[in-house]
Design a protein around this ligand. Structure first.
Ligand code: SF4
Length: 476
């Protein structure tokens, strides 16, 4: 059986595309390799939203060249946004790449995997231990930057509801590489949600580049209707979505969310800038007043939801006064978290031709924004101290193998010591953790795991206290 390794960079759209590639590969008879060295086919699913992502993708292509030097039969495939944008250049600078598939050619990539499969039929018997188990094959990928499936990765699944974007923000490469809106029919999306739930997903994330612009014209359904329908899929415990556009949130839609119980209480509302002048140059299609109106509606109908955002610093033409207007909104403490970026020009976009703001000025503004926002994030996290928060396990902490990482419903990262009864399989079956929050940081919270539960609605069973805590308690 041939083995395939898939490495995913970038956003949840790419994670969802990688799930599709895995499904097609499994259907064609491939097994999933957890290391590129063990694979016959290596797929690099790339991102080009920022210059750093692009450089990283070329770095990985260069790295994978060594696999081909060791075994020329290995096939290297590049997919995703960079593949769409840089096809010609890639074939020039990375001639060892065997095939390039853009974001609109995933079906063709699946067909190619089908076509290659018989060539591997006569492979020597493989060492079973180096192969992923059958169960692993059916686990959707997700949540990890390197896309290596783990015991918990099937708990969160991505379902693509729409491809492309028709809004043409002047800084964004997406419409140029992924094309205009292409909304999937309601029926197909619901079939995917059901399939993911049957495969073990506890939380489904609906993903689209401008997810709340989704429409099914044949059924006259909008994104609110889609959320209601997805939330009613039997067995689904939690539902969430990324990434919406402020313009497409109507008051009616926000009000409807309040009645959809499985929706996670977090709404991403990308601000990008607080200045109307900059928003116009960005072609964002809303004003600061319009943005603040959405915030008021969310506060009114969804008072306990976290609002998170994206902010770009140093967009061409951004003056000190423009930047101060962004800081004004942030200072109001609206955002429970913010993904902040220094503007990075993307080839082929209008803004890439405009005069850049001085790099030192951009860096200084960025530092001011991050410092302000970090204080606000930490204050948001500090409000959780003393509470018991239900979280979905993610896996062993990358920094400390003795700790578990989980995500609260508002997407806050929570870390706590592994309980003495910790066992990967058991915690994959009972993945909901109640964590008593003890300390707050800018990156998330730490605490003690006090209960675990099989279903979100279960009250859960107490877990033993780690020995170290007992020792501390006895000393106190
Ligand atoms: S809304 Fe703007 S930033 Fe978002 S994908 Fe579309 S063009 Fe890009």
């Amino acid at each position: 059986m041939p083995r395939i390794y898939i490495e995913t960079h970038g956003c949840q759209m790419n994670e969802a595309d990688s799930q599709y590639i895995v499904d097609r590969a499994v259907d064609a008879g491939y097994t999933l390799a957890v290391r590129p060295e063990d694979a016959n086919v290596v797929v690099l699913n790339t991102c080009t939203v920022r210059d750093k992502a692009e450089r990283r993708a070329y770095g990985r292509m260069h790295h994978f060249k060594r696999l081909k030097e060791r075994d020329p039969a290995v096939r290297l495939v590049v997919a995703g946004c960079l593949a769409e944008q840089d096809r010609d250049r890639m074939q020039r600078v990375a001639p060892h790449v065997d095939a390039v598939f853009g974001t609109s050619e995933l079906a063709a990539l699946g067909d190619r995997l089908d076509a290659w499969q018989p060539e591997y039929d006569d492979l020597a018997a493989l060492d079973d231990e180096t192969l992923a188990s059958d169960r692993t094959l059916f686990e959707p990928l997700g949540g990890t930057a390197d896309c290596i499936p783990g015991a918990f990765s099937h708990l969160r699944a991505f379902v693509t509801v729409q491809r492309g974007c028709s809004y043409y923000c002047t800084f964004c490469i997406v419409p140029h590489v992924r094309g205009r809106f292409d909304h999937r029919p309601l029926h197909d999306i619901l079939a995917d949600v059901r399939e993911r739930v049957v495969a073990g997903a506890r939380e489904v994330m609906l993903v689209g580049q401008t997810v709340n612009a989704w429409r099914d014209a044949a059924r006259n359904a909008d994104f609110g209707d889609l959320c209601r329908a997805a939330a009613s899929v039997e067995g689904l415990e939690r539902l969430t979505f990324i990434s919406p556009h402020p313009k497409d949130f109507t008051e009616k839609m926000i009000a409807e969310f309040a009645a959809i119980e499985p929706l996670n209480p977090r709404i991403h509302l990308p601000l990008q800038s607080g200045s109307d002048v900059v928003l116009r140059r960005m072609n964002r299609k809303y004003t600061r007043a319009g943005f603040e109106e959405r915030v008021r509606a969310i506060r009114h109908f969804l008072p306990n939801w976290a609002i998170t955002t994206d902010i770009i610093v140093g967009f061409p033409g951004e003056s000190e006064e423009d930047f101060e207007q962004t800081l004004d909104i942030v200072r109001d403490g609206v955002f429970a978290n913010a993904f902040t970026f220094m503007y990075s020009p993307r080839r082929g976009t209008p803004a890439a031709r405009w005069a850049a703001v001085d790099k030192n000025i951009v860096a200084a503004r960025f530092r001011r924004l991050v410092q302000l926002q970090n204080d606000i994030i930490q204050a948001y996290h500090a409000r959780k101290i003393g509470s018991v928060t239900r979280c979905l396990v993610v896996g062993t902490s990358k920094k400390d193998p003795m700790k578990l990482t989980a995500k609260a419903l508002d997407n806050v990262t929570v870390v706590g010591p592994k309980p003495p009864d910790y066992d990967e399989e058991r915690y994959a079956r009972e993945p909901w953790l109640d964590v008593e929050i003890e300390t707050a940081h800018a990156w998330g919270c730490t605490g003690s795991i006090v209960r675990r539960a099989e279903r979100f609605a279960d009250c859960g069973i107490a877990v033993p206290t780690p020995a170290i805590d007992l020792a501390l308690a006895m000393r106190a």
